[in-house]
Design a protein. Structure first.
Length: 618
């Protein structure tokens, strides 16, 4: 099956790490890159060729007789090769050659469309760039200033050790779209039996693109991302705001690449029809489908999933350091858990970091990540240690652990290192169970079944979008979180007598009663019940904080049975005197929900199984 459907991603950023290294090499002047056009051929079943716009950064003192390890990096969605300039110079100070390139379909003067980081186009193209770094003279690379052919002989070769021709000592890093390409490249290389990639550091990227853009959190395999998968068999809830944002960005990139289209009708027609406005045709189909029906079909889900590491996980055998953002409503922490657990289970060396920044807030904390001077930041030091060990073959083996950022510990004047906690693996802590009790608009959460009071809570969904508000994709995270009267129900603890720290994904089990009846709940129809679960931190004054504005949409396949919804992964401390509240809402302005207004009832008491299980740490 080929690749597929809707957009994703943004900003670039870079690596993740720990460990103190030797001082960086001094550099009197910044590395000036050599601008190249590299032709990659025989991509995909269409057997197409594309021209790659790339910058080659070679540190001073690196020559054919004094070779160095290399990094291959590319941009986030809508970016270019220039986005990695700080990264290339920062790691160049530590002796790494860097080839930074503009991903296929972005502004590079080439007509090839965006193929969503698939293995057979993007992965195959990156594989040829690896061969170029490994000295393959059959790869045509031309200096954009002089027109001269360019060959690389400054990168350490591993051919004699691995038996693979043109095998450079090389790692990959990058964020979002520049994160998934690392998985696609590693998989392509493994499928070819060459395995040229030595280590990767993918940041804020996806596990399953169908989950990212249409999440379904009530039917995860095993009920949780800890199963190693977020790939539900059911249709999810369309994240239309993020989809619209990146569709627009992708089309704009295509238009920028085609200045001649205004005077060349043939080229314009190809851009609109054959390239679907700079995307593969399957993307247009999926967008039209989700926009009209309100959800993607199983065919579109399969296309999206085929462009995801979840579909080729067994081919990713390269040491992997995952960095995922706590502030990320596009690719949430559950996706990183699924990838981490699946890689760990199959024996791939892997570590996991939950950093402060992501698509919803792309500014790292002070001392957390400095691309230009990686040795000065927590994540930069860890990335250097990772590459030094697995690519350069120096230093001690980095720990294969789990670390997470704690904003309540962070001191803005200091180093972010102190704000990170570290554990041997994920998950951490213990489980704490609270039970839903009482009724009305604001029931209770109690710590014992014996304290449960019978009650009934009712909320109504008004239509497919809203009126409840959490965010406006990555465009606005500043407006207050709101639930219109009658559109949500809340169950809250008493004021906490001591702080409670939640690290991971809570799980909510509820029985939902829909008076319209199960007959209206045919799977994959506009009337199928959609519910939004979220966790509030309610202050003594009633002020609401929704941690990083993360929520869990669920399309309930069977309303006659209890449903277990995995809430978003968070790292949050509920302070003493605050209340923890779980909320069920009938709509959200960031998603496309059920087209059929419905009344939903939650009853407590008796033999009810309504409960919230929290992963808590000391």
């Amino acid at each position: 099956m080929r690749r597929a459907a809707t957009l994703t991603l943004t900003t670039v950023l870079t690596a993740a790490g720990m460990v103190t290294l030797a001082p960086p090499a001094s550099s009197a002047a910044e590395i000036v890159p050599r601008e190249l056009t590299i032709t990659v051929e025989h991509l995909g079943p269409e057997d197409v060729s594309c021209e790659i716009d790339a910058d080659l950064y070679i540190p001073a003192g690196v020559t054919a007789s004094r070779r160095a390890p290399a990094l291959l990096v590319t941009n986030g969605f809508g970016g270019t090769k220039k986005d990695q300039a700080d990264l290339a110079r920062g790691f160049g100070d530590h002796g790494y050659v860097t080839l930074s390139y503009t991903g296929i379909g972005f502004v590079d003067g080439d007509d090839c469309p965006i193929t969503l980081d698939d293995v057979e186009h993007d992965g195959a193209a990156a594989s040829q760039l690896l061969r170029f770094l490994g000295g393959d003279r059959s790869i045509v690379a031309v200096d954009q200033s002089t027109g001269a052919r360019v060959y690389v002989d400054q990168v350490i070769r591993q051919d004699s050790r691995t038996g693979t021709p043109n095998d450079p000592a090389v790692g990959m890093t990058g964020g979002s779209y520049g994160g998934q390409i690392q998985f696609a490249t590693s998989a392509y290389e493994h499928q070819q039996g060459t395995d040229r990639v030595d280590a990767i550091v993918p940041l804020i990227t996806w596990n399953d693109l169908s989950y990212s853009l249409a999440p379904e959190n009530s039917s995860l395999p095993g009920g949780t991302a800890r199963s190693g998968s977020v790939s539900s068999a059911n249709t999810g809830v369309f994240k239309y705001q993020w989809a619209a944002l990146f569709t627009t960005l992708g089309v704009e990139n295509g238009v920028e690449d085609l200045p001649a289209s205004l005077t060349d009708p043939t080229r314009w027609t190809a851009f609109v029809d054959a390239n679907c406005g700079n995307f593969e045709p399957e993307v247009c189909r999926a967008l039209l489908e989700a926009g009209t029906l309100g959800y993607p079909s199983q065919e579109s889900i399969a296309f999206l999933r085929s462009n995801s590491v979840s579909s080729y996980m067994s081919d990713v055998r390269v040491p992997t350091m995952i960095g995922q953002g706590q502030a990320d409503t596009l690719f949430n922490l559950q996706e990183s858990v699924a990838t981490y657990r699946a890689l760990k289970r199959q024996g791939t060396p892997v570590s996991l970091t939950w950093q402060s920044w992501g698509h919803s807030d792309s500014a790292p904390a002070a001392g957390e990540l400095d691309m230009r001077h990686p040795e000065r930041s927590y994540e930069g030091r860890r990335a250097l240690a990772w590459f030094d060990y697995y690519v350069r073959g120096q230093g001690t083996r980095p720990p294969l652990n789990f670390s997470y950022f704690r904003d309540w510990v962070f001191d803005a004047t200091g180093d972010a290192t102190k704000a990170y906690a570290t554990a041997a693996a994920y998950p951490v802590g213990t489980s704490k169970t609270l039970y839903l009790s009482g009724g009305g608009d604001n029931g209770a959460l109690v710590d014992s079944r014996s304290k449960v009071v019978p009650g009934e809570s009712v909320y109504r969904s008004a239509g497919p979008i809203g009126p409840n508000y959490t965010e406006t994709s990555g465009l606005d995270q500043s407006q207050p979180v709101t639930d219109a009267p009658g559109t949500a129900i809340r169950f809250s603890t008493a004021p906490l007598d001591r702080a409670m720290t939640v690290v991971g994904s809570p799980r909510l089990t509820v029985q939902l009663d829909v008076p319209l009846g199960a007959g209206t709940q045919t799977a994959g129809t506009p009337g199928e019940l959609v519910v939004y679960a979220k966790l509030y931190d309610v202050g003594p004054d009633g002020a609401i904080e929704l941690p990083h504005r993360l929520i869990s949409p669920a399309r309930v396949a069977d309303v006659t049975k209890p449903v277990c919804i995995e809430l978003p992964g968070i790292v949050h401390r509920f302070a003493a005197g605050h209340r923890l509240a779980v909320v069920l809402a009938g709509g959200d302005l960031a998603y496309r929900g059920s087209s059929l207004p419905q009344e939903v009832t939650v009853s407590t008491g008796g033999y009810s199984t309504q409960r919230l299980v929290l992963p808590v740490t000391a």
